[in-house]
Write a protein that binds this ligand. Sequence first.
Ligand code: UDP
Length: 356
Amino acid sequence: MNRILTIVGARPQFVKAAAVSRSLKQHGIEEILVHTGQHYDANMSEIFFEEMEIPKPAYSLDIHGLNHGAMTGRMLEGIESILLNEKPEALMVFGDTNSTLAGALAASKLHIPVVHVEAGLRSFNRQMPEEINRILTDRISDILFCPTDIAVQNLENEGFRNFPVQLVKSGDVMLDAALFYAKKAAAKSTIIEDLGLNEFVLATIHRQENTDDVQKLRQLIEGLNEITRKTPVVLPLHPRTRAILQQNGIALQCRTIDPVGYFDMIRLLQHCQLVVTDSGGVQKEAFFFGKQCITLREQTEWTELVAGGFNTLVGTDKALLMAAFEEAKTNHPDFSINLYGNGQASDIIADTISKA
Ligand code: UDP
């Protein structure tokens, strides 16, 4: 295949697309990029396209701020008409957002092969909208690129070896991005100096299961407020979390900053003492940069990090959070283990697509 249409819409997809788009280009594959608009603030979208030199989207659908059904439905309609117009040889989607599911569904109904990057991940928690998006997208995909052995295993357990699909363990494209952009970040980002940071904990919170339950969110913030009294917490605040905190008058004592671009994020990851997050991608990036992670969720799809002692799941329990924070000071896991490939996942993906 040498002409594909790619769907992006949310911040983690820009990071993944940056790595894969570069490899597609090197393999001579034409890519038509569609931005659904799920994330649209300049610091959640535009900055990634600029810094990471992601090709400009050929189409921008501007769909955001809706409930899951309405958002996914409008994306489905918009993507279908683009597919009818462009007639690509395949459609590529990343990860587990509504944009992922809408793209996969639109293409599969038109008999256009679906390529899923970051396939096979499972948290086994169907309360998470992302879990529904993952399961359904995998099931209607034709080429499934798995980042880890466990992702391959999950698909095998669901019977995917019996389906006429291609399962490929590619490694993780976020590692490709982290390795590629670390040099540029070192040259361009001055965030550590600008904020005068010394020892600090890097935190992010945006998962719907945490932000939409005010009780949980309150507990999480209390936990972060307690940590910040021991080691300053720096929290680039997702717009959804910021809005909910404001609406409910929840006071933060840690240092909040606006969401940062990828270069600043890399330097924050490189320089922090510890990561506390409910993000999927940031859990892995903590590992890439040799940092322990405390995850503010009950489950993770990146179970190899927990098994290896790199990541501790604490949910929203403040006592568990504080215990994990203290434990991280004396725990020194060996980060040299290879869990996510060697930074060549995007090349494997582009090569496979070019031969399909
Ligand atoms: N990220 C960023 N700036 C921030 C917060 C996150 O560049 O202020 C990056 C992060 O390094 C990772 C991606 O955004 O590459 C993860 O996105 P997010 O946490 O929104 O989504 P998830 O991975 O949970 O789906």
